[in-house]
Design a protein around this ligand. Structure first.
Ligand SMILES: Cc1ncc(COP(=O)(O)O)c(C=O)c1O
Length: 470
C-alpha cells in the first residue's frame, strides 16, 4: 500500500497541477475536467476512467492519514534548559549530599510586590460576588491596565504609544513566538547569535528555514554578536525582511544606545523590513541615556513591534502577564506590494486565538504602576542588580572577561573553553549551575551565562565556590 501511495502522490503532482493525469500505454493526454479539476485516464483514445476508479479509490483510502508538520522534525531534539535539568538531576543522583546553587535559568525568586498581592486579592474577592463578578474580558486586555502602561512606560519616556496599540497577553515568549504567524512564510529572517531560542524555533516550525547543520539553520541570517562588536549586531550586508532584536539582551546582558538602535530603524525603513523588539528586561536599565523602548527612536512606529513582560519586572513568571505594542502605522505588504496595518492583523489573530489574561492578574499587574507598586518593584530590581554587581566584580577579579550585569540581570562570561565542558566542571567541582552559551548559538560556544535571579546569600556562596576553583 505504501508503494501505491508513493505512485499516487507522483500522479497527483503531475504537471497539470490539478489532479490525476495518467497515460498508461500510448493514449492521448487529457485536459483536466472543468467540473472536477481531475484528468481522465485515456488509453488508445478510450476513456477508461471506470476501470481505474476502483483502483484510485483504494489508493486514496490508503493515502488518507493524519500527517504532521514536518518542519517540526528539523528542530533540535533537546531544549537547552531540559538538558541542563537532566545533567543536574544525574549529578544529584550520584551526589545526593551536595547542595547546588543555581545561577542558570532566569526565573524570578522574589515574591510578588505587596501592592500586586493586595490588588490580586481584592480582584479575587470581586469574582466572589455576583454584582462584581466578571466573565470574558476584552481579548486585548482591560483598559485600566492598557492606559497605565501607555502613560507610564511610553508617554512618560516621550514615546507616542496609545492604549489601543497595546495588547495584554500571557507572556512575551508566546507573543514573540506567535507574532511571526501573521507574516508570510517566504520572508528572510535575521536573528542575533547568540539568541533567545524561541525566535529561531518558531520560524523553524513555520517552515521559514532549511535543515540544521553546523549549529545553524539554513536560510536564516545570523547576526553575530561577539566581543569585537561589543555584542551589538552589525547591519546585515543584504536586505532582510524580519529582524529580531532584544535589549537588554538575553543571554549577553548587552545594551544598545539610541544611536545604534536608530541605525536599525533606518535600515528597516529603507528595506521595508519589520523589527520585532524584545524589551523583556527593560526594567533593569540603570543608565538614563539608554532607550527603554524602540519607540523612543523617531520613525520606529512604522517599522517596529515591541514585546514587554511583567515576568522579570515584577516576578510574574508564574502569574503570567505581558504585553505587545503594535503601532497603528506599522505596515507590512502583500504579494502585490499593497500596505496592510499589522495592528489589524494582530488584533484579528489575538481575538480569534486568545481569550485574554484573567481579571485578577491584570489588576495585580496594574498595581505595579501605583506609587507604592513602583517603589516595591524598584526595591526588588535593586536586589537582583546587587547580585549582578557582585557576580560582575567577582568575575572581573578572577580575570574572566565579561559583559552585562550593569543594565541587565545577566552576565555573559568568556570562559575560553567549550561551554558545556565548563558547565560540567562548575557543577561537579563547585555545585554551581550556569547556562552554557552554546545553547544560544554558535557564537556562544566559549561563553556561559550567569543569572542574578537569586538571593544575595546564594550568590555570595556561589562566588566563594568559584574563587576556590578558579
Ligand atoms: C528575551 C526574553 N523574552 C521573553 C521572555 C519570556 O517572557 P514571558 O515570561 O513574559 O513569557 C524571556 C524569558 O526568559 C526572555 O528572556
Amino acid at each position: 500500500m505504501r508503494l501505491l501511495y508513493v505512485i499516487y502522490r507522483a500522479c497527483v503532482k503531475h504537471e497539470c497541477g490539478r489532479g490525476i493525469r495518467r497515460e498508461p500505454g500510448n493514449g492521448k493526454q487529457s485536459k483536466p475536467s472543468i467540473l472536477t479539476g481531475r484528468c481522465h485516464f485515456i488509453i488508445n483514445g478510450k476513456n477508461v476512467d471506470g476501470i481505474f476508479k476502483n483502483f484510485i479509490d483504494k489508493i486514496e483510502e490508503a493515502a488518507a492519514m493524519i500527517r504532521i508538520n514536518e518542519h517540526y522534525l528539523k528542530l533540535q531534539a533537546s531544549y537547552l534548559f531540559s538538558t541542563i535539568a537532566k545533567r543536574i538531576s544525574e549529578f544529584q543522583t550520584v551526589h545526593p549530599e551536595r547542595e547546588i546553587v543555581r545561577l542558570g535559568i532566569g526565573d524570578a525568586t522574589r515574591a510578588l510586590p505587596e501592592s500586586c498581592i493586595t490588588a490580586f486579592h481584592a480582584a479575587v474577592d470581586e469574582m466572589a460576588a455576583d454584582a462584581t463578578f466578571r466573565g470574558y474580558g476584552p481579548e486585548q486586555g482591560y483598559l485600566f491596565l492598557r492606559e497605565s502602561i501607555a502613560e507610564n512606560d511610553f508617554k512618560n519616556r516621550g514615546a507616542n504609544i496609545t492604549a489601543d496599540e497595546i495588547f495584554i497577553s500571557d507572556g512575551a515568549k508566546c507573543d514573540t513566538g506567535n507574532f511571526q504567524e501573521i507574516l508570510s512564510t517566504d520572508i528572510t529572517v535575521a536573528v542575533p547569535d547568540p539568541v533567545y531560542p524561541v525566535y529561531v524555533d518558531t520560524n523553524v516550525m513555520a517552515g521559514r528555514t532549511g535543515d540544521f547543520s553546523g549549529g545553524r539553520y539554513q536560510n536564516i541570517v545570523y547576526l553575530e554578536c561577539r566581543e569585537d562588536n561589543g555584542f551589538i549586531p552589525s547591519l546585515p550586508g543584504k536586505p532582510v525582511d524580519l529582524i529580531y532584536l532584544c535589549f537588554p539582551n538575553n543571554p549577553t546582558g548587552a545594551t544598545i544606545t539610541r544611536d545604534q538602535l536608530a541605525l536599525w530603524v533606518d535600515f528597516a525603513r529603507k528595506n521595508k523590513a519589520l523589527i520585532l523588539f524584545d524589551a523583556a528586561y527593560e526594567a533593569f536599565i540603570r543608565d538614563d541615556s539608554l532607550p527603554h523602548s524602540i519607540y523612543e527612536i523617531p520613525g520606529a512606529r512604522e517599522v517596529a513591534v515591541e514585546f514587554r513582560s511583567f515576568s522579570k519586572t515584577a516576578g510574574f513568571t508564574g502569574t503570567r502577564c505581558a504585553f505587545t505594542v503594535v503601532p497603528k502605522d506599522c505596515m507590512a505588504f502583500d504579494g502585490h506590494g499593497n500596505r496592510h496595518a499589522l495592528h489589524a492583523l494582530w488584533n484579528r489573530r489575538h481575538s480569534t486565538k486568545f481569550n485574554g489574561v484573567s481579571y485578577p492578574v491584570q489588576r495585580a499587574a496594574a498595581a505595579i504602576y501605583t506609587i507604592a507598586g513602583k517603589r516595591q518593584v524598584k526595591e526588588i530590581i535593586d536586589s537582583y542588580m546587587k547580585n549582578a554587581d557582585l557576580i560582575r566584580r567577582e568575575m572581573d577579579g578572577l580575570g574572566f572577561s565579561c559583559v552585562g550585569g550593569v543594565n541587565s540581570p545577566y552576565i555573559w562570561i568568556n570562559v575560553r573553553q567549550d561551554s558545556w565542558e565548563f558547565f560540567d566542571e562548575l557543577l561537579n567541582k563547585a555545585g554551581v549551575v550556569c547556562t552554557p552559551g552554546a545553547g544560544f548559538g554558535v557564537c556562544g560556544d566559549q561563553y556561559v551565562r550567569l543569572s542574578a535571579f537569586n538571593s544575595y546569600a546564594n550568590v555570595e556562596k556561589a562566588m566563594g565556590r568559584f574563587r576556590n576553583i578558579y
